[in-house]
Design a protein around this ligand. Structure first.
Ligand SMILES: Cc1cc2nc3c(=O)[nH]c(=O)nc-3n(C[C@H](O)[C@H](O)[C@H](O)COP(=O)(O)OP(=O)(O)OC[C@H]3O[C@@H](n4cnc5c(N)ncnc54)[C@H](O)[C@@H]3O)c2cc1C
Length: 466
């Protein structure tokens, strides 16, 4: 491959590519990949404009060189890991705010900008991109769209992609297409924009995005509710969503996760089932808080505290954001085995959480649960000792049973993290053969030579993990 790579890099400035071990290693993993599963690219390339992306893809396509888009690398399923080597295409230099049109409620940005930087740029206009993942300050808008990311505010504002109007993208041939429209709705032709969403860099490389915006709420209130019983807490969430409480965040934290946060983050959370809440309104936010409190009282809530000072609210959400790190740090001998993000219809949320806790208890394994409860989304980690094969086998069995139960409940194996390498086996559990064949046909139509992020999403492609 070295001749092909030399030809490709000869089209770039010297500071736009690297064969150095350190750069290749940095692009060999994401946040969810173990060292053992890391795969180094042969070459890292940093494009600075659409033309750079186009030139690299066209040259790689002609020579059959794999290209894996890489942004901030915060994926949890190996999504940007270059499973077949080749080029890691790092989009983080394409991080410009191109234009803000405050009257049209729109912003044009490069794919490599962090979500929080978009909101920093919008602050002076009183506007915001409301929906971001919890990782919004460390991950890029291009990575969010490619993974179809969602977050704590999805229960009110939808997924990140619900705010995407138009995207410029480069096909493997180097041709540039524009998908979608700057109009807030369009019925014109096939919806190519939605095909790019969640495609994990396997169809095209997004180089510019137009996002829709909304005004910032004038009133914000955050709250924390404590329950004696986990089932009461999950039923309260279901009831609040079903009753139409206008809540902007509604997050579950189970007692085990609270204990792990206290042990590793220095928080002082009650070791009880907790629901963290946030409400947004332009007037009378109190009414919505009171409505929610009434519903929670019907489910025997033990305490319902409201924070209005910014610092109090920031502390509360900081603790929630750090939970994944707390779970990882809790016991150095235990690692999360296939941490999951199953998502079910809201009426099945109490059963999903009950099932995960029950299988954990049955097999004597710790499974902390937390997550975007209002979307029916549970983040869970089966904790196992990687040096104990019997325990790993049990963890494997439980992970499969949890996903199967989610699908039985009309849910999905992954609500927001995507399939990457880690969840390929579940594609066939969730979709029928004809649907998977249609997905493959779409992949072939965009990328007939299979150069874009090969080894991802589809189960039978061979990768170093097999
Ligand atoms: C602490 C933590 C909290 C998290 N919380 C959430 C959460 O609340 N919700 C959630 O949904 N996720 C969450 N995640 C997962 C992750 O942060 C998101 O999926 C994020 O959107 C990934 O963005 P990234 O910039 O890191 O992309 P990467 O991880 O670098 O790449 C993601 C995928 O996008 C592709 N890609 C990147 N850029 C482009 C482009 N321009 N064109 C085409 N393809 C591209 C890559 O090939 C890869 O397949 C969390 C992760 C961490 C570590």
């Amino acid at each position: 491959m070295s001749t092909e790579l030399d030809e490709i890099r000869s089209r770039l400035d010297p500071d736009q590519y690297s064969f150095a071990d350190g750069d290749r290693r940095e692009h060999s993993q994401d946040w969810g990949t173990d060292d053992a599963d890391a795969v180094s690219p042969d070459l890292v390339v940093w494009p600075e404009c659409t033309e750079d992306v186009s030139a690299v893809l066209a040259a790689a396509n002609e020579r059959g060189v794999p290209v894996t888009p890489y942004a901030a690398g915060t994926s949890l399923e190996g999504n940007p890991v270059p499973a077949r080597g080749g080029i890691s295409l790092d989009l983080t230099r394409m991080d410009d705010v191109h234009e803000i049109r405050p009257d049209g409620l729109q912003i044009d940005v490069g794919p490599g900008i962090y979500g929080s930087e978009i909101n920093d740029a919008l602050e002076e206009y009183g506007l915001m991109l409301p929906s971001l993942p919890s990782s919004g300050n460390i991950s890029t808008i291009g990575g969010m769209i490619a993974n179809d990311a969602a977050g704590m505010k999805t229960v009110k504002y939808g997924e990140v992609a619900d705010w995407l109007l138009e995207a410029e993208a480069v096909l493997p041939t180097g041709e540039v297409i524009t998908a979608g429209s700057k109009a807030v709705k369009t019925s014109s032709g096939y919806n190519l924009l939605d095909l790019l969403v969640g495609s994990e860099g396997t169809l095209a490389v997004v180089t510019r995005l137009t996002l829709r915006l909304t005004g910032r709420p004038e009133q914000v209130a955050a709250g924390r509710a404590t329950f004696a019983d986990l089932h009461d807490a999950t039923e309260a969430v279901f009831d609040a969503v079903r009753s139409g409480v206008d809540v902007a965040k509604i997050e579950l934290i189970d007692p085990l996760s609270a204990e792990m946060a206290n042990a590793t983050l220095g928080t002082d959370l009650p070791k009880a089932p907790l629901i963290f809440l946030e409400f947004h309104a332009n007037r009378n936010v109190e009414a919505e808080v009171a409505f929610c409190r009434t519903i929670f009282e019907a489910h025997d809530v033990e305490s319902f505290e409201v924070a209005r000072r910014n610092e109090e609210m920031a502390d509360l959400w900081e603790a929630r954001r750090e939970l994944a790190a707390a779970v990882r740090a809790y016991d150095p001998d235990l690692s999360p085995h296939k941490p999951g993000d199953v998502t079910v219809p809201i009426d099945a949320f109490p059963e999903m959480v009950r099932y995960i806790k029950a299988v954990g208890a049955e097999h004597d394994l710790m499974i902390p649960c937390f997550g975007h409860a209002g979307d029916g989304n549970v983040h869970y980690s089966v904790l196992v000792d990687p040096d104990d094969p019997a325990m790993v086998a049990k963890g494997e069995d439980l992970s499969e049973r949890i996903v199967e139960r989610a699908i039985e409940l009309d849910g999905t194996a992954t609500g927001e993290h995507g399939i990457g390498l880690g969840k390929r086996e579940y594609l066939a559990t969730e979709h029928d053969e004809a649907a998977i064949a249609t997905m493959r046909a779409i992949k072939r139509s965009f990328d007939p030579n299979g150069i874009l992020n090969p080894g991802k999403i589809f189960p039978e492609e061979s990768t170093p993990r097999e």
